[in-house]
Ligand binder design. Structure first.
Ligand code: ME8
Length: 514
């Protein structure tokens, strides 16, 4: 049983057959925001990402690049680590399936499954899709292709099988006692009906290529890449050392976050492997939706693959992070478009949030001698705004518990809107001459509100939020969520503030800027 304050979140480990695109950046970003949120909320967090480096798909990609698989995976895996740095991801560990710690863990897991009597030697004859690294039955094919549209080839080879068919009832019982094992709920329903439809034993070794982990005791076979890959979530915790600190603290995982394309592997095969090995299944698998680009499927052949590196260069890092997390409901599909990106940057970030912060900070600089103003008695309007700001954390926490980052941001922006309306209604600029004490109160209430907003936007936009907190001279020790709410830390009147500067510039088309 994991420690009660522990929180373990994982991304899929990405195939190194190709460079990272926004789909990969998206999943890890959602996990990063969640991990950052939980850390600021006082949880002991472990956040894992990595690369999936074995299998026929990677072997073929290496071959096409004219490299041996290890040199090739070293090179492409590096691109994913570069992405993590470029996106400011805060993972605690990056696992590569070619590492000795992982290979040893997979071999141990295999032996455990053999000991459970769930693995037997047979012969596979059926369809295989290298692109999906998945086996398909004849009845699953659509127009001679995998249901995903990927090409398939006929494969006949000796193979070890996992007795998945024997796990049907136990999986259904597990889903029944853990109805939110798969999130969102509609995905849980899909998984249940898939398993109710009957399960076939799963081929878990291949013999027609060599780039993989050898089957213990039978090195003519390599372990099926999905059994190899799924094990990363525990090998990164030191499995087979289940008595070790990491494993004891963090397993079972709180969330495996995946795209909907790989839900079946995580929600059916993985809990079956784990239960067979006498290990606990994860608490939740969250399957998110799919990004299209300007209304089209993102694909190399269409030449419309969006590089996160390009987005960051063009729009800025926190702008990119904000857009991806805010634009679509986590779980639903969504579309990336330049117009939508610019709308979010100029409307939500520059006009709503940036402008609020800029107005408040520049009035404080100009009219309060660049120091946090001293508040007097509070009016109902002041109390109402502060209450809204104080009430944000429990609301945002509730949303983050279901990885609804879009709802969390929506709630934060509601308060941002309220603060903008309050500035207009209170008109502190005209109080300067008539009632400077009241102006000071209004500006203090606003600065406190901005402090709440900036503290809460840290998980989503760590760089810009830190800059805002710097501009409010919030000590680093007061940036965790314990500093929020009526009992939290407050801005101290008289504190000297740095000279204000804009945090969210408007996006101007290069042609307009020239
Ligand atoms: O499947 N929209 O790796 P992979 C949203 N190695 N998310 C997308 C996306 C898109 N258009 N395209 C990709 C694998 N993703 C296995 C995983 S885990 C034990 C092994 C994201 O490189 C999404 O998270 O094909 C999807 O599940 C993942 O990338 C697939 O990455």
């Amino acid at each position: 049983m994991a420690a009660s304050d522990a929180f373990y979140v994982t991304t899929p480990i990405y195939y190194v057959n190709d460079s990272p695109h926004i789909g990969h950046a998206y999943t890890t970003l959602a996990c990063d925001a969640l991990a950052r949120f939980m850390r600021l909320d006082g949880r002991r967090v472990r956040f894992l990402t990595g690369t999936d480096e074995h299998g026929q798909k990677v072997e073929k990609a290496a071959d096409a690049a004219g490299l041996d698989p290890q040199s090739f995976t070293d090179r492409v895996s590096e691109r994913f680590r570069d992405l993590a740095a470029a996106m400011n991801f805060s993972h605690d560990d990056f696992i590569r399936t070619t590492e000795p710690r992982h290979k040893a863990g997979v071999a141990a897991l295999w032996q455990r499954l053999v000991a459970s009597g769930d693995i037997y030697l047979g012969k596979y004859a059926g369809w295989y899709s290298v692109r999906d690294e998945a086996f398909y039955t004849e009845s699953e094919l659509v127009d001679g292709k995998a249901p995903t549209g990927a090409p398939v080839e006929w494969v006949e080879e000796p193979s070890y099988f996992f007795r998945l068919s024997a796990w049907q009832e136990r999986l259904l019982a597990f889903y029944e006692t853990n109805p939110d094992f798969v999130m969102p709920q509609t995905r849980m329903n899909e998984v249940v009906s898939f398993v109710k439809g009957g399960l076939q034993d799963l081929s878990v070794s291949r013999t027609t290529f060599a780039w993989g982990i050898p089957v213990p005791g039978d090195p003519g076979h390599v372990v099926y890449v999905w059994l190899d890959a799924l094990a990363n979530y525990i090998t990164a915790l030191g499995y087979p050392d289940t008595g070790g600190e990491l494993y004891r603290t963090f397993w079972p995982a709180d969330f495996h976050v995946v795209g909907k394309d790989i839900l079946r592997f995580h929600a059916v095969y993985w809990p079956a492997f784990l239960m067979s090995a006498g290990l606990e299944p994860p608490r939740h698998v969250f399957a998110h939706g799919w990004w299209t680009v300007e209304g089209q499927k993102m694909s190399k052949s269409l030449g419309n693959v969006v590089s996160p590196f390009d987005l960051i260069a063009k729009y800025g890092l926190d702008q990119t992070r904000y857009f991806l997390l805010r634009e679509i409901a986590f779980g639903s599909d969504g579309d990336f478009s330049h117009a939508a990106m610019v709308r979010r940057i100029n409307h939500d970030l520059a006009n709503d949030y940036g402008n609020l912060a800029q107005r408040v900070l520049s009035m404080v600089a100009k009219n309060c001698g660049g120091r946090v103003p001293e508040p007097g008695p509070l009016t109902d309007a002041d109390e109402a705004l502060l209450e809204a700001a104080h009430g944000l954390l429990p609301r945002v926490r509730g949303f983050m518990q279901e990885i609804a980052g879009h709802k969390a941001l929506e709630a934060i922006w509601e308060v941002c809107g309220e603060a903008n309306r309050y500035v207009d209604a209170q008109a502190p600029w005209s109080l300067r001459k008539t009632d400077p004490a009241r102006m000071a109160t209004v500006l203090w209430v606003l600065a406190e509100t901005v402090r709440h907003l900036a503290t809460l936007t840290q998980p989503f936009m760590p760089g810009a939020s830190a800059k805002l907190l710097d501009l409010l001279a919030v000590p680093v020790a007061d940036r965790a969520f314990t500093a929020l709410g009526p009992e939290g830390a407050k801005l101290v009147p008289g504190t000297v503030l740095p000279a204000p500067s804009g945090v969210f510039p408007r996006y101007v088309e290069p042609a307009e800027a020239a």
